[in-house]
Design a protein around this ligand. Structure first.
Ligand SMILES: [Zn+2]
Length: 57
């Protein structure tokens, strides 16, 4: 069964309802990095995202 990698931006920001969900971890991380940079002015490394923000669902 395929697992999906999910980032719920509510864990970062109280006001952002952005959610990324992808079966491809690399894609989820890439989208998350882009969103964090463009919307939240935060530059997060892949490791930070993977360890702190991505959930496996
Ligand atoms: Zn956000």
């Amino acid at each position: 069964m395929a697992q999906a990698h999910k980032l719920d931006c509510e864990s970062v920001s109280d006001t952002c309802r952005f959610i990324i969900q992808s079966e491809n971890e690399d894609e989820a991380i890439e989208l998350a990095q882009k969103h964090m940079r463009e919307v939240h002015d935060q530059d997060l490394s892949e490791d930070e995202l993977r360890e702190n923000h991505l959930q496996i669902v």
